[in-house]
Design a binder for this molecule. Structure first.
Ligand code: C5P
Length: 223
């Protein structure tokens, strides 16, 4: 029997990263942050001086991506790319925007498909991304699409960056998010959209705890 999956898709800054990590923690399930894979491909391409629209080269890189997901002595997740841990560089807006460019290339998405599906292991998987419910795990018994207004998402992202001691400009962030959403939603391959059978949750006026409780209730009903 294949392990159950809960997919959590949505636009940048909707809170799906935090939500999916918490759901995985509460259920004791595995967690897939698929956005990190696209960010890693983009980062590896930039480091090699590749043009992000060089489809053949970036797809080849994605197929052979040398990445390991590990935990450190304190139990915190560590991503190791090309033999060295990747730090905050992965979470920058620059990496997110570059990820969104390579993610629009079908051969790159194809190259990452098996790697993502390999995360589906007992007792279960919580998968976070843009196309988890529509493409990668289209048979998932519970699909959530988490959204929030663009202003609220920019505000949350701004707060997050400030807390990490990084500089940020709210207006610029809001414009970058809108541009990334547009690119993700309008692309011809695996566009950002709720699966037909997804439960759509709007977190604009909800805190993460109440969204978490809703998803856990749905998980209990469906699995
Ligand atoms: O979720 P995160 O912001 O880390 O994702 C970075 C980019 O990777 C997104 O803007 C999107 O273009 C791409 N992505 C995707 N499909 C996924 C996850 C992320 O296209 N499943």
């Amino acid at each position: 029997m294949t392990a159950p999956v809960i997919t959590i898709d949505g636009p940048s800054g909707s809170g799906k990263g935090t939500l999916s990590r918490l759901v995985a923690e509460r259920l004791g399930w595995h967690w897939l942050d698929s956005g990190a894979l696209y960010r890693l491909v983009a980062l590896a391409a930039l480091r090699r001086g590749m043009a992000l629209d060089d489809v053949a080269a970036v797809a080849e890189l994605a197929r052979n991506l040398d990445v390991r997901f590990e935990v450190d002595g304190q139990g915190a997740p560590v991503i190791v790319l090309d033999g060295a841990p990747v730090g905050g560089e992965l979470r920058t807006e620059q990496a997110g925007n570059a990820a969104s460019r390579v993610a629009a290339l079908q051969p790159v998405r194809d190259a990452l498909l098996d790697r993502q599906r390999a995360f589906r292991q007992a007792p279960g998987l919580v998968a976070d991304g843009r196309d988890m419910g529509t493409v990668v795990f289209s048979d998932a018994p519970l699909k959530v699409f988490l959204t929030a207004s663009c202003e609220e998402r920019a505000r949350r992202r701004y707060k997050q960056l400030k807390e990490q001691g990084l500089s940020a400009n709210l207006h610029a962030l809001s414009e970058e998010l809108a541009e990334r959403d547009r690119r993700d939603a309008e692309r011809s391959v695996a566009p950002l959209k709720p699966a037909d059978d997804a439960v759509v949750l709007d977190s604009t006026h909800l805190d993460i705890e109440s969204v978490l409780e809703q998803v856990l209730r749905l998980a209990e009903e469906r699995n």
